[in-house]
Design a protein. Structure first.
Length: 403
C-alpha cells in the first residue's frame, strides 16, 4: 500500500511539471563545474554558491559526488537543513555502494527534496573500451542500480553517458528499462559536446517517439560546449519539449565547459514568443551570481562573456556612447538592472566622441563647453595605446594649459 502511494505521488508530481510547461533549471556548477581544472571549491564555498543559486530560483542542485571524496560529503552535509527550496541531488555511478554513500550524505533532507543521479556509459566506445561490457550487461547494470536506488530515493535520475554517440535503438531501450525500474528523470547528455542544434532535436524527437513510458519521467538535457553550441543546443531542446535543463554558472566545466545557466535564462526571458515556456529564474540575481562563482572558483569571467562579462555594458565607441546617452535601448539587448549588473560604463579612449567626454566632464564638475570638450578629445587621442582614461587622468587633461 505504501509503495503504491509513493508511486501515485511521483506520477502526480511528474504530470504536474509536464503539464505546466515550465522549464526546470538543474544547476551542476558544484559538481560538473567544479571538475574544471583549477576550479576546486571548499565545502563552505559550495554552501555560499548554493545559497545564491537558491535565491536565483534553480529547481535542483547537483550538490556533489559523495563516493568520490570526503570533501563532497562535507559540502552536502552543510546544505542539509539550510538549502530548503531546491532538490539536492548527488551523483552516483551505477554501483550500489555509490547509492549508499549518497543516501548517507543526504540523510536528514526531506524525501521530496533529495535525489540521486546515476550515470553509465552506453556508447560503443564506452562499452568496449571503458566498461568492457555487452549491451545486455550494461542494461543489467542500469536496471539493478536504478531498482536499488528507487528503494532509497523517491527522486532518481538516470543519464546514459555519451548518449549522443549511442545507437538510438539501444539508447531508447536503456531509457525504457530505466523508467520501468524507477527512474523519475531521464537525461540526455552530449558528453563530448559534438552535437548541433538540429541533431540535438533529432535525438529528442526520437526519444519522445520511441520511449513509450516517457509519461512517467521528466526529460532532461545536458550539453557540453566543445563546439560553442551548448546554449544553442539547450534552447533547441527546450523548444522541442525538454522539461529540465542542466547548466553551470559562467558555463564552467570540463574542457570547453557546459551550457551557461545565465545565457539560457536570458534567452528565455528575451524571447517568450519563441519558446513559450515559463521558468523561475530571477534574472536580477544573475550578474552577482556570476561574480560570486568567478571569485570562489578563481576562474575569471572573460570580458566578452555574455551576461556576466565586464564589457557587456561598457563601450568606448563614440557612436555607441552617443546613442546610449540618448536612450540605452539603442545599443543594449537588455538593461543592466535586468541581470543585477552595476550599470552602463562609458569608457573614455581613442574611439570616444565628444558627447561621452562632455557627459563625464560635467559629472566631475569640470568645464564642459564645446571648446573644452574638443580640446580634451584631442588630448585623449594623443595618449599611448592602452592608456586608461580614469578620472584622475581626465582631470589632468581637462586642466592642461589652464594653469
Amino acid at each position: 500500500m505504501h509503495d503504491r502511494v509513493i508511486e501515485t505521488v511521483r506520477h502526480a508530481v511528474i504530470t504536474h511539471h509536464k503539464r505546466s510547461g515550465a522549464v526546470l533549471f538543474s544547476d551542476t556548477t558544484l559538481r560538473d563545474g567544479e571538475q574544471m581544472p583549477g576550479a576546486t571549491l571548499e565545502p563552505d564555498d559550495k554552501l555560499q554558491i548554493a545559497r545564491a543559486l537558491e535565491a536565483a530560483g534553480v529547481h535542483s542542485l547537483d550538490a556533489g559526488f559523495p563516493a568520490s571524496s570526503e570533501q563532497d560529503i562535507q559540502a552536502i552535509r552543510k546544505m542539509i537543513g539550510v538549502i530548503r527550496k531546491p532538490v539536492l541531488t548527488a551523483l552516483c555511478r551505477t554501483v550500489r555502494s555509490d547509492v549508499d554513500a549518497a543516501d548517507r550524505a543526504l540523510d536528514g533532507n526531506p524525501d521530496h527534496k533529495r535525489g540521486v543521479s546515476l550515470f553509465c556509459g552506453t556508447s560503443p566506445l564506452h562499452r568496449r573500451y571503458k566498461l568492457e561490457k555487452s549491451q545486455a550487461e550494461v542494461l543489467n547494470i542500469i536496471t539493478d542500480s536504478i531498482g536499488y536506488a528507487s528503494e532509497k530515493f523517491r527522486i532518481v535520475a538516470f543519464s546514459p553517458e555519451d548518449a549522443s554517440r549511442t545507437e538510438i535503438d539501444f539508447l531508447c531501450r536503456c531509457y525504457v528499462e530505466a523508467i520501468d525500474c524507477g527512474a523519475t528523470t531521464i537525461g540526455f547528455p552530449d558528453t563530448v559536446g559534438v552535437l548541433t542544434p538540429e541533431k540535438a532535436v533529432d535525438f529528442i524527437r526520437a526519444i519522445q517517439d520511441r520511449v513509450h513510458n516517457l509519461d512517467r519521467a521528466l526529460l532532461a538535457v545536458h550539453f557540453h560546449n566543445d563546439l560553442g553550441l551548448a546554449v544553442a543546443n539547450t534552447l533547441a531542446c527546450i523548444r522541442e519539449g525538454a522539461n529540465v535543463v542542466q547548466c553551470t554558472v559562467n558555463g564552467i566545466g570540463e574542457r570547453a565547459g557546459n551550457a551557461s545557466l545565465e545565457e539560457v535564462a536570458m534567452a528565455l526571458a528575451l524571447h517568450p514568443d519563441q519558446y513559450q515556456r515559463s521558468f523561475r529564474i530571477d534574472t536580477t540575481q544573475l550578474a552577482p551570481l556570476c561574480r560570486l562563482v568567478a571569485e570562489l572558483t578563481g576562474v575569471m569571467i572573460p570580458r566578452m562573456k555574455p551576461v556576466g562579462g565586464a564589457n557587456v555594458f561598457a563601450t568606448e565607441a563614440g557612436i555607441h556612447q552617443d546613442g546610449l546617452l540618448k536612450h540605452p535601448d539603442t545599443y543594449l539587448p537588455f538593461h543592466p538592472e535586468t541581470v543585477g549588473a552595476d550599470g552602463i560604463r562609458l569608457v573614455l579612449g581613442r574611439h570616444s566622441g565628444r558627447r561621452a567626454v562632455a557627459h563625464r566632464l560635467e559629472a566631475m564638475g569640470l568645464d564642459s563647453s564645446d571648446k573644452a570638450v574638443l580640446a580634451v578629445v584631442e588630448r585623449i587621442k594623443q595618449q599611448p595605446k592602452g592608456t586608461v582614461v580614469d578620472d584622475e587622468l581626465l582631470r589632468r587633461l581637462a586642466t592642461a594649459g589652464t594653469s
